[in-house]
Write a protein that binds this ligand. Structure first.
Ligand code: XUL
Ligand code: CO
Length: 439
């Protein structure tokens, strides 16, 4: 079989001193950290959409990415089948164990739903064969319910019931494809589920329809015995002004309101967190605190740009914080770290796909080592424990145990007169403490 990246070898681990740009300096898959290999901690995945379908287009011009395999001719389906070989060559050379895809990333739409489904079947067959050949596994599947013009008003929240029906048929098929490929998760990102203007929107009816759609998806998943965790991916804006799944807290409130909370976890994305005005540390801590951390779309935004730039993650503070939450939660479970990230328009050569993923993988491997060292040192956990010590005995313990009402609090404070003292939060000291480990 032809090699599509003939000049790129399988990426080796060469250690922190390596100057080879096509080598890992930190990601050493078999290295054990806290009793588990890096490969098992990090559970990396490559995404199909940005990696294979990304062209570098922006609002000011068409794509300029050089992708020689797309210039070899053939029908749209033949091109799609060739792209599967390209993708698996890249994933295996990176040594990444998982991948993720939308139905429309991998196979072209046909003239109607029947032909579209047949196209998907043909590509799924090839994906399955490549998975068997390489050992690469499907982390999650999903359906693209936002690119086609039929989804102009959304999919399950469209004002047009036919669009809801089409989306249902599409997700049914995508769930079947996920099962066929042994996927262990299935993602619902809102796409165009949201609104631009309330003048034309029945917000409550749209939320009801979104919930109805998810209940139908659960019903179908169970009926085909697909063992996949359902994940909702929050994002506050883009493409709509107000996406319904705006952040972790909003998603969790929505899930609880509609009795869906036991069936879903969250797929959190770094750039979506920052678009929502949060840090990823916040979003992950919030979700993990309630057992809702499902999986991660790893990328980053640009502090100077207000949209979803989906850049590859390189910030060690962020990856360290993310790994602190993941280690604290006992791992990613059946989730993973999916690079929902794209190379910049100026990085248009095939080799840039490797540099980008190598950088992201190394940033997380380094973050893992740093987070593990911080946890082993224990200084942070000790500080937090001591900060809340007033809740471990006396009035604090009584409040937590439900043994204090307002009358008791009043009697306690009348006797005491006032709060005796507060202690410093020592934020700067703790920031300096973290810097001791960033190396
Ligand atoms: C969009 C986004 C999606 C989801 C999957 O911002 O992140 O690619 O991850 O639909
Ligand atoms: Co994403």
């Amino acid at each position: 079989m032809a090699a599509y990246f003939p000049d790129v070898p399988a990426i080796p681990y060469e250690g922190p001193d390596s100057k080879n740009p096509l080598a890992f300096r930190h990601y050493n898959p078999s290295e054990v950290v806290d009793g588990k290999t890096m490969k098992d901690h990090l559970r990396f995945a490559v995404c199909y959409w940005h990696t294979i379908c990304g062209t570098g287009s922006d609002p000011f011009g068409p794509g300029c990415a050089v992708r020689p395999w797309d210039d070899l001719g053939g029908t749209p389906l033949e091109v799609a089948l060739r792209r599967v070989d390209v993708f698996f060559e890249l994933v295996t050379k990176l040594g990444v164990p998982f991948y993720c895809f939308h139905d429309r990333d991998v196979a072209p739409e046909g003239k109607d739903l029947k032909e579209t489904n047949a196209n998907l079947d043909a590509v799924v067959k090839k994906l399955k064969a490549k998975q068997q050949e390489t050992g690469v596994q499907l982390l999650w599947g999903t359906a693209n319910l936002f690119s086609n013009k039929r989804f102009v008003h959304g999919a399950s929240t469209s004002c047009n019931a036919d669009v809801f029906a089409y989306a249902g048929a599409q997700v049914k098929k995508a769930l079947e494809a996920t099962k066929e490929l042994g996927g262990t998760n299935y993602v619902f990102w809102g796409g165009r589920e949201g609104y631009h203007n309330l003048y034309n929107t029945d917000l409550k009816r749209e939320f009801d329809h979104l919930a109805k759609f998810l209940h139908l998806a659960i019903e179908y998943r169970n009926s085909i015995k697909l063992d996949a965790q359902f994940l909702i991916e929050p994002k506050p804006k883009e493409p709509t002004t107000h996406q319904y799944d705006s952040d972790a807290a909003a998603c969790m409130a929505f899930l609880r309101t509609y009795g869906l909370e036991k069936e879903f976890k969250l797929n959190l994305e770094t750039n979506h967190a920052t678009l929502a005005g949060h840090t990823m540390f916040h979003e992950m801590t919030y979700a993990a605190s309630y057992g809702m951390l499902g999986s991660i779309d790893a990328n980053r935004g640009d502090e100077l740009i207000g949209w979803d730039t989906d850049q590859f993650p390189t910030n060690l503070y962020t990856t360290t914080q993310m790994m602190m939450v993941i280690l604290g939660a006992g791992g990613l479970g059946r989730g993973g770290l999916n690079f929902d990230a794209k190379v910049r328009r100026e990085s248009f050569e095939p080799v840039d796909l490797f540099h980008a993923h190598i950088g992201g993988m190394d940033a997380f491997a380094q973050g893992l080592k740093i987070a593990s060292a911080i946890r082993k040192d224990g200084g942070l956990a000790k500080f937090v424990k001591e900060r809340y010590a007033s809740w471990d005995t006396g009035i604090g313990a009584d409040i937590e145990a439900g043994k204090a009402d307002f009358a008791k609090l009043e009697a306690y404070m009348l006797a005491k007169g006032d709060v005796e003292k507060n202690t410093s939060g020592r934020q700067e000291m703790l920031e300096n403490y973290i810097n001791r480990f960033i190396k």
